[in-house]
Design a protein around this ligand. Structure first.
Ligand code: PHE
Ligand code: CO
Length: 301
């Protein structure tokens, strides 16, 4: 239901939100990463939900609104369905426990709060146990487009919708186990590339066109347009060994993205034991992010 009264209340909210944002831009950034409990061995901290300020919640709502408008027609159906299933997250930074209960019912995953990036073995141990580490802090107003590290918006808005999808939720847990195994085999950089080029930066070909499923992209206003619409990056058809040979960029949008035909293709390709692949890869040269190989298939074909 919506009427004139509703509309003016919305624009009043908007004006007061603008004032909050303007004030925030004049205020030095508090060290939100420090609040919460002392980290234990798994580096899990309390979310500290009560300590979020109005500014934090406004930033969340702005980001949420902006991306929800942009993603229909750009993100894949599985992502959009998952986002809808997590509807409670639209109001402000959600309480991770409440959100975990919804996620848990769908796929057995839960969120654990962390104060920032965690070491690889901690990260993959969480994934293997179906725990999604999520930063408890949110970016400052001057970093709306590029938080210096993944924040709560990236971790929750970016990752949780795909984790509502049972087969993808299994894939990410398998990735966690695969990460621990790769670590033991000295092959973590290879597995990390697969993780990045699928979970974070993955694209999928659908009957309606190219769509995004990668979490880093869906949580980025700029990259969700760039990866689909900009002529610059290569969109290379997914090939497991090719992906694991390819370096990636940490400091900018990617020079190349890998396109899967279907999630089944991804799950089938990653089901086998990787130990023999790691041996093959040890003998193959790495490929630079912007480089093309003669055997690459490109999208559109
Ligand atoms: N099958 C991989 C292995 O044996 C594990 C894995 C699964 C990695 C899914 C990534 C994604 O190492
Ligand atoms: Co991420």
């Amino acid at each position: 239901m919506s009427g004139a009264g509703e509309a003016s209340r919305v624009s009043e909210d908007r004006a007061s939100e603008d004032r909050v944002m303007a004030r925030a831009l004049d205020t030095p950034a508090p060290n939100t990463a420090e609040f919460g409990a002392e980290p234990g061995g798994d580096l899990v901290v309390a979310q500290g939900w009560a300590e979020y300020t109005d500014i934090d919640h406004v930033i969340w709502r702005r980001l949420f609104e902006r991306q929800s408008q942009l993603l229909p027609g750009r993100a894949c159906d599985q992502y959009l369905a998952g986002l809808e299933g997590l509807g409670v997250a639209a109001d402000g930074i959600p309480d991770f426990e409440r959100l975990s209960d919804i996620l848990d019912r769908a796929t057995g995953w839960r969120i654990v709060a962390v104060s920032g990036l965690v070491p690889d073995h901690v990260f993959f141990t969480h994934l293997a146990a179906r725990r999604c580490p999520a930063a408890n802090w949110i970016r400052r107003p001057e970093q709306m487009d590029d938080p210096r590290e993944p924040d709560a918006f990236h971790d929750v808005f970016g990752h949780l919708p795909m984790l509502m999808n049972p087969p993808f939720a299994d894939y990410l847990a398998a990735c966690g186990r695969g990460g621990l195994k790769a670590l033991a085999l000295g092959a973590l950089p290879k597995l990390a590339r697969l993780y990045r080029y699928t979970v974070e930066f993955g694209l999928i070909r659908t009957a309606e066109g190219l769509r995004i499923y990668g979490s880093r992209i869906v949580s980025s206003h700029g990259e969700s347009r760039y990866c689909l619409e900009d002529p610059k990056p290569d969109r290379i058809l997914f090939d497991l060994l090719r992906v694991m040979r390819t370096g990636y960029r940490l400091d900018a949008y990617q020079d190349c993205y890998f396109v899967i035909d279907s999630f089944e293709q991804l799950f089938d390709a990653t089901r086998p034991d990787f130990a023999p692949y790691y041996e093959i890869l040890a003998r193959l040269s790495d490929v630079a992010p912007g480089e093309r190989l003669a055997e690459d298939g490109l999208y559109p074909a």
